[in-house]
Design a protein around this ligand. Structure first.
Ligand code: ZN
Length: 251
């Protein structure tokens, strides 16, 4: 159960199962810094692990999803994952990836799994955390045609005209650890309305990919600090804004 205090940090997209042997330190970091953490899952096993981590923290919320990178290993029947969708407060990570997933023969399986989970989530009115790599237009159309905006677009890096359409649709967005390293991410941040803004760390390897440093959850503070400068808003105020955005989602 999530501890409710005012104005805590929120990491709206992390992967706790990527910490491996460092998970103890990562969870201590979350607890010491009081970082509400959406622990996104890659698949069923990853979700079960995240539910174990939830027992060690008042700040961790496990979310069920099947990541586009994991669709090749999914061998079960889709109807069997419905109980996970039902019990999970939010859904993630789901989506489509036509860049990093290089095997085009998996496209149809990616779509089958993504649209199944999306539609089952919509039936239950759940927020979904969506990966959109090189699939921005398709995902925009999928949401638009379903008239659905309970979506958190994770680390958007696509065309800016599609970003504007997703903003118009009313989606939420997470800004990640490449803020300060990427002109595109800075421009994305500038366009996101404050009341739709969230931040994330995306697991230890995301920061490593950007600057070589292993990323612990406390990295969220640097993302907030950089975002506050770019948005021209006091850091404490931004923490409050993000916390309020998260609260709107979770309720
Ligand atoms: Zn992720």
């Amino acid at each position: 159960m999530i501890k409710n205090e005012n104005n805590m940090y929120v990491d709206a997209h992390n992967h706790l199962d990527f910490y491996g042997e460092n998970i103890g330190e990562a969870i201590s970091d979350i607890n010491d810094n009081k970082i509400i953490t959406l622990a996104n899952s890659m698949d069923v096993d990853s979700y079960i692990l995240n539910k174990e981590y939830e027992k060690q923290s008042e700040y961790i919320i496990p979310t069920f999803g099947i990541h586009p990178n994991s669709v090749s290993e999914f061998a079960g029947e889709l109807k069997d994952i419905i109980p996970y969708i039902e019990e999970s407060t939010l859904i993630g990570e789901i989506g489509l990836d036509f860049l990093w997933v290089e095997d085009r023969s998996l496209d149809s399986k990616q779509r089958e799994i993504f649209y199944f989970i999306l539609d089952e989530s919509i039936k239950r009115s759940k927020f979904v955390s969506i990966h959109t790599k090189n699939a921005e237009q398709e995902i925009y159309e999928a949401l638009k045609i379903r008239n659905y905006n309970k979506a958190i677009i994770h680390w958007y890096s696509g065309p800016l005209d599609i970003l504007d359409k997703l903003i118009e649709l009313g989606c939420y967005f997470t800004i990640s650890v490449d803020l300060g390293y990427s002109d595109l991410t800075e421009e994305v941040l500038k366009r996101i309305p404050l009341d739709k803004l969230l931040v994330e760390t995306d697991g230890p390897t995301a920061l490593e990919w950007i600057n070589g440093d292993y990323g612990y959850p406390r990295e969220i503070k640097n993302v907030v600090k950089s975002a506050s400068i770019i948005k021209g808003i006091e850091e404490q105020k931004l923490i409050e804004v993000i916390y309020n955005n998260f609260h709107r989602i979770i309720n």
